[in-house]
Design a protein around this ligand. Structure first.
Ligand SMILES: [Zn+2]
Length: 100
């Protein structure tokens, strides 16, 4: 007659099974998050964060400025506000005249 495994062994194997399945689910979640992230990026890339219409990008003195083609909001990439703030007034007037 086969020897019945002790309860401790059953718990151990159940735990192993759980850990294995949990890992598989965690991998699925990671993939899902990455897929969702790239889907959102595709959906929102060069779109106005307020109205969702296309952004028009101009390059002014090495600063990339995006202006919405609909609501006319102006958007800056990371670090660009700092650079824009260092442009003297006459330079800023020239910059904004680009959009008029
Ligand atoms: Zn807009």
């Amino acid at each position: 007659m086969p020897v019945k495994p002790s309860e401790k062994e059953e718990e151990y194997f159940a735990k192993m099974q759980f850990e294995k399945k949990k890992k598989i689910e965690e991998e699925k979640h990671k993939k899902l998050a990455a897929t969702e992230k790239s889907r959102l990026r595709e959906l929102h890339f060069m779109r106005c964060p307020k109205c969702g219409m296309e952004l028009i990008e101009i390059d002014y003195k090495g600063i990339r400025i995006d202006k919405c083609s609909d609501c006319e909001g102006i958007w800056l990439d990371s670090g660009e506000l700092d650079r824009v703030s260092k442009i003297e007034k006459s330079g800023l007037d020239k910059l904004f005249s680009v959009f008029k």
